[in-house]
Design a protein around this ligand. Structure first.
Ligand SMILES: Cc1cc2nc3c(=O)[nH]c(=O)nc-3n(C[C@H](O)[C@H](O)[C@H](O)COP(=O)(O)OP(=O)(O)OC[C@H]3O[C@@H](n4cnc5c(N)ncnc54)[C@H](O)[C@@H]3O)c2cc1C
Ligand SMILES: *[C@@H]1O[C@H](CO)[C@@H](O)[C@H](O)[C@H]1NC(C)=O
Ligand SMILES: *[C@@H]1O[C@H](CO)[C@@H](O)[C@H](O)[C@H]1NC(C)=O
Length: 431
């Protein structure tokens, strides 16, 4: 009998789950629950902050002028390229259109229940197997609650919605504008201001650059190695914030001070799975979800999987492999090691990270390790590995980005063969 699989979320990860599950109707029947009225998750831009028109917290962290920081050639699902007429670095609207096209191409809409929020997921054990009781409510009529049983659950709810702001002494002293990048939409409100952008991750760098076009001055405050790229003259770097000395004074750890009008915290997000009941046995810390074998499959309840937990990756190609890996566990074409062995591997992976100097909240950061991880996932899932072109193209783009933050998006790339790519000739942009 076909296995009933509940998929939580219709962002890129949930759509990918639906695409692969629905391709094998004799074995799997997906039901995708999506709390909003459309597919695309974080790529659904809205001017709103706080709550949406149904009173739910705004899920998306997208901002108005965002263009991707990866070329479409490495962003795409391996079985569905972007429109070839687009440049490599596309707008968020174009990514959303891409995900909508993916949805329609694979006829996924019929599997999605929109405006339906998953409230609880609970394992029920009987007759030697675990089933999942999933309770959902209608977003428009919250008193409409239904519970259904499933053979498996794929959690695809994203992890860029729950802002994380580190504690900084006297932060409440500050009387200027203070916001997290989750609520950042456009640079306009910062026109003429002195702005501190905290954090030099993707969002911090990107937002600092766009704010510097209208602000008087932007200080990028972070404790990482200095950004080496050429930057606009009114964008400088300082260390992390030490404290707030007065309603407007930001004091940095290196002793510098700035009279700031606004502080934008680009300090990342926390994992959050409010619908998982305690019986699920999932431990959620700021930067770690455990115990997940290969960052995907729960080691006790192997029919509970998580797609898209990793960081510093090529998301869609990775989701494509993680979904097939989770499916190989479900259809038993992959025989997993014992729970003890899996737990041991999960702990080994984590302690190796700590020993190599990574922060405890970097439990799922892959970066350059993603490529061997992808090879491993494809081997375990028995599916086709990713093109080798992705690895070298991705590495090349990261290196270009690190030295040319302002200009790296002007290049176009193309994949020229199974393992090859090229950079197209670059035109100089005229102002
Ligand atoms: C600002 C920003 C820029 C980015 N730039 C890039 C980029 O350039 N290139 C790139 O490849 N990636 C980029 N990413 C990463 C991006 O997050 C991934 O590409 C991908 O879209 C993640 O998909 P997801 O499905 O895991 O999560 P999401 O897109 O967040 O989707 C999760 C879905 O689950 C739904 N949901 C959540 N909880 C529930 C519930 N309880 N019940 C029902 N539904 C629920 C949400 O409504 C949402 O639709 C960026 C991310 C951000 C935030
Ligand atoms: C990149 O490709 C787009 C779309 O094909 C084109 O409009 C643009 O000029 C190209 N950019 C460069 C720098 O070649
Ligand atoms: C800051 O620098 C940017 C980029 O060089 C420029 O567009 C902007 O006008 C500058 N802002 C001010 C107030 O000088």
């Amino acid at each position: 009998m076909a296995r009933r699989v509940a998929v939580i979320g219709a962002g890129a990860a949930g759509l990918c789950a639906a695409r692969h599950l629905s391709a094998r109707p004799d074995q799997f029947v997906p039901t995708v629950y999506e709390q909003t009225d459309r597919v695309g998750g974080t790529w659904v831009y809205t001017d709103r902050v706080g709550t949406d028109e149904h009173g739910l917290p705004v899920h998306s962290s997208m901002y108005k002028n965002l263009r991707t920081n990866l070329p479409k050639e490495v962003m795409a699902f391996p079985d569905f390229p972007f429109d070839s007429s687009l440049p490599s670095f596309v707008t968020h609207q174009e990514v959303l259109k891409y995900l909508e096209d993916y949805t329609d191409h694979f006829q996924l809409r019929k599997h999605i229940q929109f405006l339906t929020k998953v409230d609880t997921v609970k394992p029920v054990t009987g007759a030697g197997q675990t089933l999942w009781e999933v309770t959902v409510s209608s977003v428009e009529e919250p008193e409409k609650i239904t519970t259904q049983q499933f053979d498996a659950v794929m959690v695809c709810n994203g992890h860029f919605s729950e802002p994380y702001i580190p504690e900084i002494p006297q932060a409440s002293y500050f009387r200027g504008i203070s916001l997290h990048s989750h609520d950042y939409r456009s640079p306009t409100p910062f026109t003429g201001m002195d702005v501190v952008v905290v954090g030099a991750g993707n969002s911090g760098l990107d937002i600092a650059l766009e704010v510097s076009k209208v602000a008087r001055r932007v200080v990028l405050s972070h404790d990482k190695e200095l950004v080496v790229s050429k930057l606009p003259r009114n964008l400088t770097q300082s260390t992390g914030i030490k404290s707030f000395r007065s309603p407007r004074t930001v004091e940095f750890k290196n002793g510098e001070e700035l009279n700031a009008d606004a502080v934008i915290y680009c300090t990342g997000y926390s994992y959050s799975f409010p619908f998982l009941t305690r019986e699920c046995g999932v431990c959620v810390e700021r930067g770690r979800v455990s115990p997940l074998y290969k960052h995907v499959v729960h080691t006790t309840h192997t029919t509970l999987s998580f797609i898209g937990v990793c960081n510093k990756i090529c998301p869609c190609p990775q989701f494509h492999l993680q979904v097939q890996f989770a499916m190989a566990v479900l259809d038993r074409s992959l025989v997993l090691p014992s729970k003890e062995e899996m737990d041991k591997e999960v702990e080994r992976d984590y302690s190796e990270r700590l020993e190599s100097g990574m922060a405890p909240h970097h439990a799922h950061v892959l970066g350059n390790k993603q490529w061997e991880y992808h090879v491993e996932l494809a081997r375990l899932a028995g599916c086709q590995p990713l093109s080798k072109a992705l690895h070298s193209l991705h590495a090349s783009v990261l290196s270009e980005r690190s030295t040319d933050l302002c200009g790296f998006r002007n290049s176009n790339y193309s994949i020229t063969g199974p393992d090859t790519w090229c950079k197209e000739s670059v035109l100089i942009e005229q102002d």
